[in-house]
Design a protein around this ligand. Structure first.
Ligand code: CP3
Length: 346
């Protein structure tokens, strides 16, 4: 199956036209997603309903023919499976019970007990590996430990990850116990996704940018390295994409240091700079600002072309720098795809 374009790029091949997919490609900007979500009831019910989760994963593939599908789920299913309470407040985002004491950390379930709770997700993966077009790559994912821990410690999303930074400073053993449990669970979870049929896995460290210096080494780089080493030992042929979002200059060398096959770049990074300093080590993914999916027009076309050109001398997967937002116009997504692929025509 190495003829799939995404797998070729991840293996280090420079392709004439970069393969393309989009973070949050199944989401609220699509009317068909909103309809299926309404049918499921709420967001978490959708995540745990294999038929409907597979359906929303397939919707952007049918509409746009992306080169990859990403499993529909959420990074916060891991805290849910570890026994924390999780719910989503419409218009606000996730809410969780918190873990900030030694007792609460000890009450988290063991990593190898998550599978029963997550069985519906593995079933979604199995359905998708049967139903996806043969040229489409199936990507599984999990949140990186730091990002997941920031939600577990704060009980919600935070602008600056303050509560997690505070726990790290004030009670490092508890902080590290949470990080360790999430790291172990993530290895089990991604391994099970691969066994169910995920062909690539991606580790989302959305808040990596708030870790500086030694903290970045200890809590972004080291857990990614540990997870990747464990997965490579069990599944040596499955490529892994790491996304240490807003890592800035710490993107340099991240793939080599962690063993990742590809590094995903957010849109704060200049593409020409990243081609020189990050793509030298292998495949990169990114990095169009998702705001172009709202505003469209010539700016979208110009910036898309500039990114394709900047990364054209090495392996590249075209993507946004972060997830597409609910206010995006589905026609702008088509314009982005046409612009990326225009080089292939004629
Ligand atoms: O990319 C994909 O399409 C795959 C599915 C996916 C979702 N969330 C679906 C989702 C993935 C990979 C995620 C990752 C995720 N979830 C991250 C890391 C990536 C990132 O975006 O930074 C984080 C931090 C979360 C946690 C989370 N889930 C938050 C903070 C929210 C609320 C924010 C919002 O947009 O409302 C979610 C909800 C969520 N996850 C939605 C989707 C499609 C919207 C839910 C809805 O339908 O109301």
């Amino acid at each position: 199956m190495k003829d799939k374009l995404i797998l070729r790029a991840l293996a280090g091949e420079t392709l004439p036209v970069p393969p393309i997919w989009m973070m949050r490609q199944a989401g609220r900007y699509l009317p068909e997603y909103r309809a299926t979500r309404a049918e499921a009831g709420d967001f978490l019910s959708l995540c745990y309903n294999p038929e409907l989760a597979a359906e929303v994963t397939l919707q952007p593939i049918r509409r746009y023919g992306f080169d990859a599908a990403i499993l529909f789920a959420d990074i916060l299913l891991i805290p849910d499976a570890l026994g924390m309470d999780l719910w989503f407040v419409t218009g606000e985002g996730p809410r969780l019970s918190t873990v900030t004491t030694a007792e609460e950390a000890a009450a988290l379930k063991p990593a190898d007990s998550i599978h029963e709770h997550l069985a519906p997700v593995y079933e979604t993966v199995r359905i998708l590996s049967r139903e996806l077009p043969e040229e489409t790559t199936l990507i599984g994912f999990a949140g990186a430990p730091w990002t997941v821990a920031t939600y577990m410690i704060a009980g919600q999303g935070t602008k600056d990850q303050g509560p997690a930074h505070a726990l790290k400073a004030e009670n490092r053993p508890v902080f590290e116990a949470v990080m360790d449990r999430v790291t172990e669970a993530t290895i089990e979870y991604l391994s099970a996704q691969i066994e169910a049929g995920a062909e690539v896995v991606k580790l989302f460290d959305s808040w990596a940018g708030s870790l500086k210096g030694q903290d970045f080494d200890d809590y972004a780089l080291a857990p990614a390295k540990r997870i990747i080493a464990a997965l490579k030992a069990r599944h040596p042929d499955t490529p892994i994409i790491a996304f240490p979002r807003e890592a800035g200059e710490r993107y340099v060398g991240f793939a080599k240091a962690t063993g990742a096959d590809c590094v995903a770049l957010d849109n704060s990074v200049d593409a020409e700079w990243a081609a020189e300093h990050v793509q030298v080590d292998g495949c990169v993914q990114g990095n169009l600002a998702s705001s172009h999916m709202v505003t469209g027009g010539q700016a979208l076309i110009d910036e898309t072309r500039a990114i394709v050109r900047a990364f054209s001398k090495g392996p590249h997967i075209f993507n946004l720098g972060h997830g597409i937002t609910p206010d995006a116009d589905p026609e702008n997504v088509q314009l982005m795809i046409d612009t990326v692929r225009e080089g292939a025509k004629g």
